[in-house]
Ligand binder design. Structure first.
Ligand code: 0X9
Ligand code: ZN
Length: 301
């Protein structure tokens, strides 16, 4: 068990997932890859019947190191689903309908570094050849629009895209995981903070996907339920129109190269008062309303 109302280190989260996998028959874990510094990148699957090859609700969390609320929210959701299955009718139905897959810490080195050295670290911990500056922005390292607007070839930039698309082991791992489930991923959600937004493709341009009306309906269902929980305002729409252009992101990759129509980025609390350093007292309310939004969204698509 884990106290979901607190932030936890990489090691604590991994220990929680391992414990859950060994004690709860719904849960299995997969070491999907290894980070630059050798940490395991773990995916947890919640399934009531692995042989059924159900459609999948797929999540990556904490690809940006300092966005601690994203791992905390994914852990809270895992805890809520596993303890609600068999007693909560809506959760039971959603687990019977979908397999749920989570990478709670997609950037383990950056996350560990944000605990040990620099709370506001964003990138991974790759050495950039010819530079003293460390790190690649993993959410600029994917193939869709790689190297374009809203990313930088400068190693010292916070949005440094790396030497080539999928140059980083952490992005390779997410790419391999989503590709392994090609054709089964009904929804792919990348958890980020902060800004209180539910974002779709495209991110690398202001163009709109052909399925945009359908995506807007799905986002509206999620955001309406999320906002109804505590009245926290959220906006939704394509990244390029609602936020800014960002090239090489997970969400565009899952949409454009993996065929996941319902591919989104959710920017969790807050709107800047605490920013990335959201107090632990806001973990449970943030996760609760996000989960209400995700349930409504999954029931709408
Ligand atoms: O810039 C980013 O990577 C994300 N914002 S953050 O403050 N968490 O860094 C936004 C990415 C949005 N991307 C897609 N929806 N594809
Ligand atoms: Zn982010």
């Amino acid at each position: 068990a884990i106290d979901v109302e607190n932030y936890h280190t990489y090691e604590e989260i991994m220990a929680y997932l391992a414990d859950l996998a060994s004690t709860n028959p719904l849960v299995s874990t997969l070491v999907a890859g290894t980070s630059v510094e050798g940490r395991q990148i773990v995916q947890a699957t919640i399934s009531s019947d692995r042989s059924a090859n159900k459609p999948i609700a797929w999540f990556d969390c904490n690809i940006h190191a300092r966005e601690w609320i994203t791992a905390a929210t994914c852990v809270w959701i895992i805890d809520t689903i596993t303890s609600g299955y068999g007693t909560d009718a809506e959760i039971t139905a959603l687990v019977d309908q979908y397999d749920w897959k989570f990478v709670p810490v997609a950037n383990p080195d950056g996350y560990a570094y944000s605990w040990s050295n620099d709370r506001l670290w964003r990138k991974n911990r790759a050495i950039n050849s010819g530079s003293a500056c460390v790190g690649v922005d993993l959410n600029r390292n994917f193939p869709s629009g790689f190297g374009g607007e809203g990313s930088s070839n400068l190693p010292c930039s916070e949005t440094h895209h790396g030497v080539s698309a999928l140059s980083e082991p952490e992005s390779q791992t997410l790419d391999a995981l989503i590709a392994a489930d090609r054709g089964r991923v009904k929804a792919a959600i990348s958890m980020h903070s902060y800004s209180q937004l539910w974002l779709s493709s495209y991110s690398y341009s202001s163009a709109l996907p052909v399925e945009y009306p359908e995506m807007m309906n799905a986002m509206k269902a999620g955001v309406d339920a999320l906002v109804a929980t505590y009245g926290t305002p959220y906006e939704y729409g394509s990244t390029g129109t609602v936020l800014y252009i960002a090239s090489g992101t997970t969400t565009d990759h899952y949409y454009e190269n993996e065929g996941v129509v319902h591919s989104y980025t959710i920017e969790l609390r807050d709107k800047g008062r605490y920013g990335f350093q959201l107090p632990a007292s806001q973990i449970v309310p943030t996760a609760t309303k996000t989960w209400n939004g995700i349930k409504a969204f999954m029931n709408a698509i």
